[in-house]
Design a protein around this ligand. Structure first.
Ligand code: HPA
Length: 287
């Protein structure tokens, strides 16, 4: 079995060649959540590789997730976008789920922007809101760093106090202002899924300080933090969480609302990309 380090290096090599990435460039990396993959289609001069061609990548199986790594530009800024994400509820362990984020770190991404569709446990939020993730609660009982530590990826016990980077937070707030959008801010809690939560679990999440709930994102943020990649997170609030909502939740509704919000989400992301790129210095890839 190759190590995650070896897989990340192999993946970076294939991506550099397959996407013809300019030598030494430190692009902005974006992970696109359910129903939010359109950003990758909007990149200029885009080139893409299917996950199946990337060493270490499992295949995405969820409808609404396409499964490609796309390289392109937004207003001249180089962007690497993961269109389609791997979820633990598909049967993968946390390290597998987080591997694409490690590959982006290995490619020298200067920052990782994680996005997702989420339910609101904060009753003052509404479907259609965008939320800056200020922090997270890992309620999955799993951690992608479980097992022998691979020292080239980072420390055994990484600190997560500043996992959500303050410079990127300021850049995201400024981006929202520049496009005249109200941006919520709050704590994201990850559940394992794939069942939605019970009303009692949502009351618990609320009492723990969570504002939004979803089934992704935390593993990617943990491995990025370990590698020293600054992170920004955006949740698209697609629904009120169980017990707050008056009707049963469906994946179809989540994807439909996310798609309906996509214009707004794209406006924010496009305003954020140049600001995020300028807010943090370039990084070197894994070698
Ligand atoms: N719960 C968990 N995951 C979600 C939700 C939710 O209410 N909405 C979108 N993803």
């Amino acid at each position: 079995m190759p190590s995650w380090t070896e897989l990340a290096l192999a993946c970076a090599r294939v991506a550099r060649e397959g996407l013809r990435l300019p030598e030494g460039e430190s692009a902005l990396a974006v992970v696109l959540g359910s129903g939010l993959g359109g950003f990758a289609d909007s990149l200029e001069e885009a080139r893409a590789l299917p996950f199946a061609e990337l060493p270490g990548f499992p295949r995405a199986t969820v409808p609404g997730h396409r499964g490609r790594l796309v390289y392109g530009k937004v207003a001249q800024i180089p962007v690497l976008a993961l269109q389609g994400r791997i979820h633990a509820y598909e049967g993968h362990d946390a390290a597998t789920v987080a591997f694409p984020a490690r590959a982006l770190g290995a490619l020298g991404a200067r920052a990782l922007v994680v996005t997702n569709a989420a339910g609101a446990c904060n009753p003052s939020f509404a479907p259609g809101d965008l939320m800056r993730i200020t922090d997270h609660i890992n309620f999955t009982g799993r951690n992608p760093l479980t097992g022998a530590n691979e020292d080239r990826l980072g420390p055994r016990f990484p600190d997560l106090t500043h996992a959500y980077d303050a410079r990127l937070a300021r850049a995201l707030e400024e981006a929202a202002r520049s496009v005249g959008q109200a941006l919520r801010a709050g704590v994201y809690i990850q559940m394992n899924g794939p069942s939605y939560e019970t009303p009692a679990e949502i009351r618990m999440a609320r009492s723990f300080g969570a504002d939004a709930v979803g089934m992704s994102t935390v593993p990617e943020v943990i491995v990025a933090a370990q590698m020293g990649v600054p992170v920004a997170g955006i949740s698209c609030i697609t629904n009120l969480a169980a017990g707050i909502s008056q009707h049963p939740l469906t994946h179809q509704e989540v994807v439909e609302v996310a798609r309906a919000m996509e214009g707004k989400f794209l406006d924010l992301l496009r305003a954020f990309v140049p600001r995020a790129f300028a807010a943090v210095p370039p990084r070197q890839g894994l070698r």
